[in-house]
Structure formats: structure tokens, C-alpha cells
Design a protein around this ligand. Structure first.
Ligand code: NDP
Ligand code: 2IT
Length: 453
């Protein structure tokens, strides 16, 4: 490796030894960008890579809120404002007990290059809290969101930093946080995306990540002379991204046979058709239940609870053509990748952020499997967030058809850009290198132009 890229990997490991997810994201990125360091002297001279791994700002704060029993609860909130070279900070908020600074920094780092790939003017950021919305009443979630936003509101704004949803943050949470921001600032502005369509939200934002994932995967498959019709697919997770991935795959004639949540794995060999999917949406989004209930509702399925001691996830041992991990980071480990390869998986497209561990990624790349990395594959969500910002600025609302057509255009454009970058700087079809390099070049150019900030 180049001494600069190798030195940065070494630096981040020494500086924050416990931030494993951040190291993983930085290492993967530097390994790709390594291939162009010598071609662009400004990258080294202006210390672009050194600046990229240091967030412009990190806010970490106390979130006190009262539960339904009248007991005071304290959580830890974050917002990582990673890079604003090409636009205001933009990226989701995650509410999950696992949230820590390493996870926030890895997500914010990925977001910088993902947002660049959309072609829209958005910098990168991410935030969240170690709050667990599971099992909380709506009123508890509201009180928590109001407290979280009371502090966050000092740091964001429609031209400064525009958060959105991620794990544990959907329409309900965005609504409570938007209401509190408006109340504190007396301003109705597009400070959050993922709002309801009646109050400034964009149509197709809920669908965008899943639909965009399938559009990007479709472009890759088309390039390889393949398609969706009659193909068997694995989808993990059962939240926002998973649901709309299944919806679009069904529309295109594929059969999805799995879903999951953090408690276990569901296998439905008959396929999760639109009727069953509608039931899943009501289960997860309205009743906020568990995927295990599916197996009781629809006979002929198997549900395997996680016991916490497994070395591999049984979902990835189900034979299929294409895999769409849509739950969380590092959900495909080395053994899972071996199982997928033994079953001759043809495409892996990442709906979640960094769902493939470093060792698993090496196996997929060595095997030459079609691999769509998260920063390209799941960029549809933030892309439509960018379109929501545009609609808010112009005080207009586009039709669902218009937004969907724009999303498709953006995903096809991402495919074209990552393919060209792969061929130019790495090797044909290496979309990991392609996405890292194509996303990076635009940000690097802006950072050089804007001087040492
Ligand atoms: P949701 O909260 O809607 O759903 C998350 C799903 O993943 C749930 O089924 C959840 O199960 C499962 N899950 C979460 N954590 C774990 C875990 N540690 N182990 C196993 N399963 C887990 O989130 P989203 O669908 O929005 O997000 C899913 C992924 O997609 C994340 O990686 C996110 O960063 C990424 N993403 C999301 C975008 C968006 O627009 N929402 C855009 C781009 C990427 P349970 O209910 O048990 O927690
Ligand atoms: O990871 C992501 O891209 C998101 N969670 C969506 C971010 C956004 O601002 O819509």
C-alpha cells in the first residue's frame, strides 16, 4: 500500500483503538483509494485523506426523559458532522441500544461518499442515540424525541445539517422531532427529511431505499445479462429497507423467501407475496410486533430464533440466486459468506450499511460474485431525501411518479459512474473500488478548492 493510505489506517487505529466499525469503514475505503493516490498529487499535498477521517464536528449530549412510570431516564445522544465540502451535512439518525461513537463515525464516513454518488449537493453526517424504542409507548417515544431534539436543534438547520431516519427512526419519530424543532424555532422549514407528505415530506421517501437498492441491483444484473424474473432472493431484516426491497422484487417477478429481525429468522419457501408483505408492514409499522408471529399466521414457514451462540446466521444458508442484507452492519460474516458461495449466490446487494464483514467481502470479491456495496446500493434513500430538500426549498410537491422516475435515473447514473470508475482505476466490475473512488473524487476536488478548512 501507499505510505499515505497505510499511514492513515494506522493512525485511526492508534488514535481510537476501540472504534472497530470506524476502522473497518476507513480501511475498506483507503484500500480502494490507494489505487489513485499517486495519480492526483493534490490528494497528498493538501492532506485530503487525513482531513477526511477527522469529523468536522462531533456533538455528544445528555438526553433526559421521563418514562410512563415517572422514572427519569438518561440516554446519550450524538451528531457527527463529518464533511460539508459539497453541501450541508446530511444523513440519518439511529435509535438503537448499540449506538456508540464508533458506529456513528463509520456511518457518517460512509455517508460522505454515498451522498456524493447521488450527484446531489449534500455533505455527510450521522446521528443517533443509545435509546431503544422497542417496548416503549408512543408517549415515551414522544417525550424522548422532544428531549433529543431540544439539544440537537442548536446544531442543525435546513442549510446546515438535515437529519432523517435510520434504524429505529421512522415516520413516527421524524414527526415528533419535527414538531419540537418547529416549536423551538418558530420556523416551518425542511430541517428533517422523511416527513409525512401532508407536512412537507416527499412521496416515495419511505420506499426509496428499498426501491433504489433493487434498481441498482437491476442495472448490475442487466450489465451481466441477467434479471429478476423467477429468481429466488434472500432479504434480511423486516424494517423499512427490507419491506420496500421485497415490494419491488415482487413487482419485478422475483420470489423472496426470507425475512428476519434481531430475535430470529423466518423462511417461507412459498414466497412472501404482496398479501403477506402487507401483513408484515402492519405487524412491524403499526403493531410493532416480531417477525416470529409470521410463522404462526402463515403455515408452511419455519422460524428459527437466535440463541446468541450461533457462529453463522441460518438465513444465509438458504439456497437462493440473490442476497439483499437489509438489517445492520456485519450481519454477513466469513462463514455466512462461505454458505452463500457454496449455494452459488450470484449477486449480493447491500441494503444495510456495511452489512458484509471485511473477511466476507474478501471472499465475495475473490469469487467474482456481483457485489453492490452499500454506499452505491442504498443511496436511493438519501437521494430522495435530497429531492425532499429541493421540494421544500421550492415549496412544491412532486407526484409519486415524478419522484420514482427521478430515483430510477439517479440509481442508473450511480451504476454508470461506479462502473466507469472501476474500469478506469481498478478492474471491470469491482463496484467496491468503483463506488469508493467515484464518490471520493468529487469530495476531494471540493476540499482542494476550498482550502485548508
Ligand atoms: P428499521 O429500524 O426500519 O429496521 C431494522 C431491521 O433490522 C429490523 O428488522 C431490526 O430488527 C433489524 N436489526 C436491527 N439491528 C439488528 C441487529 N443488531 N441484529 C439483527 N437484526 C437487527 O431500519 P431500516 O430498515 O431503516 O435500516 C436497516 C439498515 O438499512 C441499516 O443498516 C440502515 O443504516 C440502512 N439504511 C437505511 C436507510 C433508510 O432510509 N432508512 C437508508 C440507507 C441505509 P429488530 O426489530 O429486532 O430491531
Ligand atoms: O444511511 C442512510 O443513507 C440513511 N439512513 C438515510 C439518510 C437520509 O438523510 O435520508
Amino acid at each position: 500500500m501507499h505510505t499515505v493510505t497505510a499511514g492513515i489506517i494506522d493512525h485511526v487505529r492508534r488514535q481510537d483503538p476501540e472504534q472497530h466499525e470506524f476502522h473497518q469503514a476507513v480501511t475498506e475505503f483507503m484500500t480502494s483509494v490507494d489505487k489513485i493516490v499517486d495519480d492526483i498529487p493534490d490528494i497528498v499535498f493538501d492532506k485530503v485523506l487525513e482531513r477526511l477521517v477527522e469529523p468536522e464536528r462531533v456533538v455528544m449530549f445528555r438526553v433526559p426523559w421521563m418514562d410512563d412510570d415517572g422514572t427519569l431516564q438518561i440516554n446519550r445522544g450524538y451528531r457527527v458532522q463529518m464533511n460539508s465540502a459539497i453541501g450541508p451535512y446530511k444523513g440519518g439518525l439511529r435509535f438503537h441500544p448499540s449506538v456508540n461513537l464508533s458506529i456513528m463515525k463509520f456511518l457518517a464516513f460512509e455517508q460522505v461518499f454515498k451522498n456524493s454518488l447521488t450527484g446531489l449537493s449534500m455533505g455527510g453526517g450521522k446521528g443517533g442515540c443509545d435509546f431503544d424504542p422497542k417496548g416503549k409507548s408512543d408517549h415515551e417515544v414522544m417525550r424522548f424525541c422532544q428531549s433529543y431534539m431540544t439539544e440537537l436543534s442548536r446544531h442543525i438547520g435546513e442549510d446546515t445539517d438535515v437529519p432523517a431516519g435510520d434504524i429505529g427512526v421512522g415516520g413516527r419519530e421524524i414527526g415528533y422531532m419535527f414538531g419540537q424543532y418547529k416549536r423551538l424555532n418558530n420556523k416551518f422549514v425542511g430541517v428533517l427529511t422523511g416527513k409525512g407528505p401532508a407536512w412537507g415530506g416527499s412521496f416515495i421517501r419511505p420506499e426509496a431505499t428499498g426501491y433504489g437498492l433493487v434498481y441498482l441491483a437491476g442495472a448490475i444484473l442487466e450489465g451481466a445479462g441477467m434479471g429478476f424474473e423467477g429468481r429466488t432472493c434472500l432479504v434480511s431484516g423486516s424494517g423499512n429497507v427490507a419491506q420496500y426491497t421485497v415490494e419491488k422484487l415482487n413487482q419485478l417477478g422475483a420470489k423472496v423467501v426470507t425475512l428476519s429481525d434481531s430475535s430470529g429468522v423466518l423462511h417461507d419457501p412459498a414466497g412472501i407475496d404482496d398479501k403477506k408483505l402487507a401483513w408484515v408492514k402492519a405487524l412491524k409499522n403499526v403493531r410493532r410486533g416480531r417477525i416470529s408471529e409470521y410463522a404462526k399466521q402463515f403455515p408452511g414457514c419455519t422460524y428459527l430464533p437466535h440463541n446468541g451462540a450461533e457462529t453463522s446466521n441460518p438465513l444465509w444458508s438458504v439456497p437462493a440466486d440473490y442476497a439483499f442484507p437489509c438489517a445492520t452492519q456485519n450481519e454477513i460474516n466469513e462463514l455466512d459468506a462461505k454458505h452463500l458461495l457454496e449455494n452459488k449466490i450470484k449477486l449480493v446487494a447491500e441494503g444495510a450499511n456495511m452489512p458484509t464483514s471485511a473477511a466476507a467481502l474478501d471472499l465475495f470479491r475473490d469469487a467474482g460474485v456481483l457485489f453492490a456495496p452499500a454506499k452505491a446500493a442504498n443511496a436511493g434513500g438519501v437521494a430522495v431525501s435530497g429531492l425532499e430538500m429541493a421540494q421544500n426549498s421550492s415549496r412544491l410537491q412532486w407526484t409519486p411518479k415524478e419522484v420514482d422516475a427521478y430515483l430510477l435515473k439517479i440509481m442508473k447514473n450511480i451504476y454508470a459512474n461506479i462502473s466507469t470508475a472501476a474500469e478506469t482505476y481498478s478492474r471491470k466490475g469491482d463496484f467496491v473500488d468503483g463506488a469508493n473512488i467515484a464518490g471520493f473524487l468529487k469530495v476531494a476536488d471540493a476540499m482542494v478548492a476550498q482550502g485548508y478548512v
